[in-house]
Structure formats: structure tokens, C-alpha cells
Design a binder for this molecule. Sequence first.
Ligand code: CA
Ligand code: CA
Ligand code: CA
Ligand code: CA
Length: 755
Amino acid sequence: MQRSSRPSPHMDTRWLASPRHAERLLAVPVLPILPQGRPAAGGLSSPHVQDRHNLLLLKASAGGLRTETRPACRRRVRNGLLPVTLPQTLLRRSKRSVHFNDPKFPLQWHLNNRRSPGKDINVTGVWERNVTGRGVTVVVVDDGVEHTVKDIQPNYCPEGSYDLNSNDPDPMPHPDEENGNHHGTRCAGEIAAVPNNSFCTVGVAYGSRIAGIRVLDGPLTDSMEAIAFNKHYQINDIYSCSWGPDDDGKTVDGPHQLGKAALQHGVIAGRRGFGSIFVVASGNGGQHSDNCNYDGYANSIYTVTIGAVDETGSMPFYAEECASMLAVTFSGGDKMMRSIVTTDWDLQKGTGCTEGHTGTSAAAPLAAGMIALMLQVRPCLTWRDVQHIIVFTATKYEDRHAKWDVNAGGFSHSHQHGFGLLNAWRLVNAAKIWESVPYLASYVSPVLREGKSIPLLPQELQVAWNVSAADLQLSGMRTLEHVAVTVTITHPRRGNLEIRLFCPSGMMSLIGTTRSMDSDPNGFADWTFSTVRCWGEEAQGTYRLVVRDTGDESLRAGTLRQWQLTLYGSSWSPAEMRERQRLLEEAMSGQYLHSNFSLPCPPGLEIPEEQRYTITANTLKTLLLLGCFAVFWTFYYMLEVCLARSTVALDLPCHGAAACRWYQQRARRRAPESGLDMEAVPLCGAKDAEDVEIECEAPGPAQEAAQEERAWAPGLPRAPGAHRGTGCPEAGAGGLSGEAAAELLCEEGQQQQRC
Ligand SMILES: [Ca+2]
Ligand SMILES: [Ca+2]
Ligand SMILES: [Ca+2]
Ligand SMILES: [Ca+2]
């Protein structure tokens, strides 16, 4: 049976995990069942049938829940096998609908695909149960958000917004010549476009609030990125980041020191300690054979890495693949495929609505919206809970490009599609009953110095590291989440290398793919690759790193200098993971969304936001100008001093030895007063260039007074014929510059007929 419509309030449905087997099971365990398997208090306790609402079967028997098709059920009712007259109570139910008056909603195939039923994010059933992202704030970190457009304004959250490009609180995009700063507004519309306003579209989490951080419209520094990742992190719950390093197939880059620290700080302190959710797009470098393991944002364990599939479920030409891909969702494909219909800016050529949003940029906000729905039903999900739920609920999707492997934890993963397609219905139902995973456990191996040369294919370099039970005892880790490998490799052409990591189960992750365009001669310097493909497997055992060189003999061989293994996981045993999987599948009927069931949620911590100083591009320019100015003046001053000294050396006109001696004595007297331990350099008494000995002798008290008066009276005319410098530069330390003192002394000397 096809998935032609969303579940209605009176028709509980269960979908099989894989859409290719998607068929509606007409019998539903509406009987609320607690995780322990007990019927919930107040739940239905006797079998009954309500055919008038298309509800076919609610049946609990001693043997448990049964499923039954409509004809079979009718037969049984007709034959009197099922009781139809039961004590009835009035149930309060409100009519729900997914009909919106927004003119472009029917074109939003990714929300409700009428042409190919089932090939959408399966969200309408969630909306019908009033799960719309209420109480959750998503922030779009991008080139700005035009929050005044009709589809954004009612949901706009100014408290979570900021403009790091202009350093003000308003992230309004600035129109540019290329008409290019509409990206953030489009992403924001996908998440939270307002429904039923007769305008454009509807967002995935249309009940959520949407904020914007403008950071991409200008030079981006590590510090700005770090601030963006932590901006208003007690207001913003989810950071949607549809950007990353260049997807040119030759870049290896990611967050730098401050950005990395901010991501880590965000998951520790953000969202009252439950952790900010960072959603990143896997990248659009598919046509350049780019791979998201060369993108540090995708590689990071703190991010939810989201790739794209087109409306047929296939991997589009632009999509990147990698071992750290968590899941995929819909976006545009080639020209024949429909793109994402969303809000747009109305500046320049914009109309406030577009049918042409595409790329993994369009996929990440859909994921952010779906996570907002999850956080509404369970606000205390941690950043790791969100990743776990995605791993548990994403659906495997057949695609000729995708190669799926089932790991020892029972999860299917492909480098192309991660754990599969995000499904809002499954995500929200799982979130509703999700109890937090145990604390994060990690293990870091020593730095393993190898210094081994990498042979050409078909040879390969293989190194291994065994993680023993004793190694894991301290952290208590049993099962894996992310596995990361940090490598330092030298190679004359980096793109020729292929790096694979094998977990103890034998599960292979292609963490470093060959890239024809990457001719970088420096290899990898402490680059961290990560994989999610061993999720749920036992952590203990031997990990193997295999490096191959696909180049030829024209280049010298590369060398694996060193590597280091880092494991992340928890104390969950494989059996506990399987039990959690069972509970989640049981919840997929929607029974917990129906009921008033809710697990207790801790309130979280009061963690104040850190105030950090922003170094914007303008600040940097100002600092640079000031620096140049300072350098120029220093140089000028030094030049002046050098010239003055050389004049002294070449031209010692002062024969007023008495004045010099007087000045030396005076300077010595003043030095302690001014706090300077001055060593007078007696140029007086030294021999000049013409071997003329300079004698100094003290002036009389009257001359001393006159000298003092002149010394402290600026603007006094210089005596005719006076020369610069007397050779007593230390006078400056006594409060008079060497030059001024020299002039003064020469004048005095002349007056005394001694110069
Ligand atoms: Ca602004
Ligand atoms: Ca609308
Ligand atoms: Ca990329
Ligand atoms: Ca990631």
C-alpha cells in the first residue's frame, strides 16, 4: 500500500523502517505501553473497533497486539467475532489538518510529496499532533536573515540574533552586486516559514522561533566563527550551518583553534548544559570528487553532518560522501529534478519566495527543523541523544550509488547516505520516549610514531593498535559512537592517498578518499578524520589503519609519520543498545504522541553566556593602520636621533668644558629624582674627530640660574652661530632633550667665550 496520506488523528499507522517496503499496517498498538511493557494508566483496556473513522483495529489480547487488515476485520465484526458494543466514554479530539492556504505549499514536495508518495520527510503526521517546534529556537548562521519578510517576521527571534559582519544586533542581509546574500533567508524559511498567512510556503518547524547570525558577508576570522558558534547559546538551541571550506576538491580545512574550542564549549554549556545542536551541510563538491572527511566541520564529532538526496532519493551530482556522514535529507538534483521551495528575500530581484533552493545547503536546514520538532517533545535531549536518535531512526534507502554495510551493532551505513534518510515521524516518536545516553566516555591512544614509507598500489601500508579491556576500564566505555584518527603524513601529491580505518569488527571506513584535483605537496599535518560507521559496536579490540598510494613511480614515496586513535562512546552494552532499538520501534506507532505520556526532564543548569570581544574586519583594519603609523613614527624618530648623534660626532663645536661638567653633575643630581638609574656617558672629556680634548668646568651660580631659565623656557631664540649638540645627550634624562641641552650649553659657552 502506498503512503498516500499522513496519519490522521484516528488512524494510527506504523511504517516499516525501509521505504522500499513501506506498507501501511492497518492495525496499531494504540494501547499505550510504557517502556517496561505495562499498559499505561488510563489507557484502553478492552478491545474495541471504530470503523467509522477508518480505524480498523485496536486489539489487545493475552498474546499481545495483533495486526489485521480492513477486510479481515470487517469479516470478524460481521461474524460477531469482535464485540462492537462496549462501554463508551466521550473522548475529546480536535480535528486536525495539514491543509494550508500558503500558495506554494502544494509545491513543497519535500514536506508532502503528492507525485511520489512517501518520498518526503514524513512530517505531516507530526504536525497533526501539534508538534511544530514550539518553544525551540533555531539560528541560521549565514549571510544574514531578512526577518521582515512576511514568512519570517512572526517567528523571528531578535534575542538570538546578531550581525558579526557589522557588529550590531540586526542580521539583516546587505544586498550585494551579485544578488548573493539571500542564502540565509532561504534557509530560515525552510525551518520556520509561517503557515496559513496566504504567502509562499510553510517551514518544517513552523512553530519554532528563528534567529539569524550574519557572519558570511565579509572576511571570516577564527574568532568570529567561534563567537558565532556560541552566540546566545542559552536562547538558540540549534545552529544551522549551510557552509564550510571550499568544495574545490583540493582543500583540507576546518574550524581552527578558536572555532574548535567554541564547538566543544557549545555542546558542554549551550542549551543549559544539554548542548547546542550544530547541524552542518556535508558540502557541494561532488563534481570535484570532494569528500566531507576533508571538511573539519563535517568531521567534528560535535556536529550533525547532513548530506542530500534528490526527489527520487538518489545522490545528486553535487553531493559529497564521507564516513562521518550521519544522515541525508531531500534537496534539489539535476535540472530535471524539483528543488526546494522556500522563503526568499525580497531585496533586489527577490520576491520573498523561491522554487530554486538546492544543494546540501538546503538539506541541513530541513534537518535542523526536524531536530526542532524533537526538542519540542523532549527539551532535555543532549547533543549526543540527538545524534543517537538519528542513528537509530534514519531509514536505509536504496540507491544505485549507495553501498550499504551493516556493522556489528546492527546499523546500516553508507558513505553516501550515512545511516539513511531522516524521517520526522520516526525522529519525533523516538525523541518522545528517549532516556538520555550514559555520559560520554573516550579513549585516546598514545601518539604512535611510525615513520613508515607508503608503498604504491597494489602494496599498502598497514599499522594497528590494540585497545584492551584494561585501556577502557578507566572510562567505562563499552560501545562506540565516533571513532577519530589524527594522522601526520608526508606525500608529494596528497590527492593520491587513500586511507581506510578498520574497527575491531572489521567494519571499514574510507576516511581518506583519493582526489584527482588535490596536488598539495605537504600531505596531512595532524589532520583528524572521523567515522560514525562503527556506531554501536564494541570498542575493545584491534584497530587497523591502511594507507595506499594510488600514484605512480614518478613521485617519491610518502611517509606515515605518526597517528593517534581516539574513541568516543558510552558504557552502554550491545544488549542495552538492542533493547533501546526495540523500544523505539515500538514507539513508532505514535502511541506516545497521542497520550499524555512524558518522561521527566531535568531543568538544566544556569550557565551564563561568556562575553567575548569581537575582532571584526573593520577592527583589524584600524589596528593595522595604527600599527603602520606607529612603525613609521618609530622609524622617523630613530632617524632623527641618529642624525643628531652623527652631527655630534662629526661636529663638536662645544669647547665650553665647564658647562659640560656642570650639566653632567646636574644630570646626576636629577636622575634619582626622576627614578632613573642613569649612567652618564661623558662625551665631554672625550676626544672629538680632530682629537680635540674637551674640557668642562662648572659655571657660576648666576650663569646656572640663567641656564635653568632658558632650559625650561621653550621658544627662546637660538644664539647666532650656535651649533647643534654638545656631546651631552644624557641631559634628556634630566628632563631636557640632548639636543636642547646641547644648544643651551653651546649658547652659554659662546656667551662665556668658551665655545
Ligand atoms: Ca546589521
Ligand atoms: Ca507562509
Ligand atoms: Ca567539501
Ligand atoms: Ca559531524
